[in-house]
Design a protein around this ligand. Sequence first.
Ligand SMILES: Cc1ncc(COP(=O)(O)O)c(C=O)c1O
Length: 455
Amino acid sequence: MSLMLLARPTLRLSLPLLPPRTATRAMSATAPARADPFKPAARVAGQRKDVWSIVNEAAAASPVQPIVNMGQGFFGYNPPNFVLDAAKAALDRVDCNQYSPTKGRPRLKKAIAESYSPFFGRQLDPETEVTITTGANEGMLSAFMGFVEPGDEVIVFEPFFDQYISNIEMPGGKLVYVPMHPPKDGATKTTSAAEWTVDLKELEAAITPKTRMIVLNTPHNPIGKVFSKDELKAIGDLCVKHNILILSDEVYDRLNYVPFTRIATLSPEIAKLTLTVGSAGKNFYATGWRVGWLIGPEHLIKYVSAAHTRICFSSVSPLQEATAVAFEDADKHGFWETAKKDMKGKMDKFNAIWDELGLPYSDPEGGYFVLVNMAKVKLPEDYQFPPHVADRPRDFKLCWFLIQEIGVAAIPPTEFFTDKNAHIAEDWLRFAVCKNDDVLEQAQDRLRALKKYLQ
Ligand SMILES: Cc1ncc(COP(=O)(O)O)c(C=O)c1O
């Protein structure tokens, strides 16, 4: 930030005045030396190795190479040409290589407002109701930074997208978990992702006077559930009753295979409390672009923007411009229909292997992840797992075994649960199907080797 300010002195005006640093430095010369200058802050210290590192490192070290990596949710193919061309063209423009306004490029905000107004049933104001962020993730961090004070409680459903947790803890928020209940017979037969349910009584019991916000995710990662209109209305009404903000993470909003409802559209009272989150990475197969946005009423959006300004000032310019073109031209290319049809095709094509093997899965209603139940897979009794896998739940062992012996990587979903509730998911693995068809076929070929471990 400081280098940037040197380059653009006029920006100083928009930032709070800081006390002169030299004075503080001079006084501290007499203070005793810090015992451990390398001691990290508590918010990053003592964290377990994250699941992405475990799986990617195990994949790189597997004797089966190259591994078929169906773990992390990155695409195995490029954005469509009209989107890529827009990015290339943006790089040739002087203004696109410089800072964008902190709230986002006007063209992108307008394109998003145009694209989303029909879903919201009213004209969104691009200047006050849309703000651009560095991916959905930084957008959500900005929302928490904008509204959560130390000690405020934030309700999160389990399983959760792991980044929510540190993003809520960063401003001092206290996490309150409410479990989603798995289908009762999910271990013995294929069920629908709709059968993962929220108990409204449990949700209401989790609400206290300190509850500030609730985080929703639909279509859901990792479950693939699309919350029904009735479920959302009930959750939204509870939030209205208790004056709780709603952060609705809808990054997979164009990949719904059943009707999709946006909670912000269910009543004016709910809309007033709701911030809706989106991601160009998920919409346009470009997770590395780091372009996201929040849509909501002005009285919420302005504080998200204020936090975003403090966190990273503004987001990557050429790719915002390219995302604007992507939204403007998507309909012309029939992109949204193709994207949905292609992903559903991949999902059905890949899941045929589970039908063939007789392994039950939770059939997704949206998104690009499928949870497969591996209770029937018997791991060899004497199998040696490395210590960082041996002390984790069974899904980590299944994951390790698949990488080492079968050559396919998946994600252990207990990572998306608290330790207390990890048992709910210890027989499941999450596979991402946003890969080329030949990769899906190769995965299927390899997974046939699981037959000899089935009981
Ligand atoms: C549910 C959910 N929310 C948010 C994100 C982050 O989106 P972005 O890459 O735009 O930061 C992800 C990425 O995997 C996700 O699965």
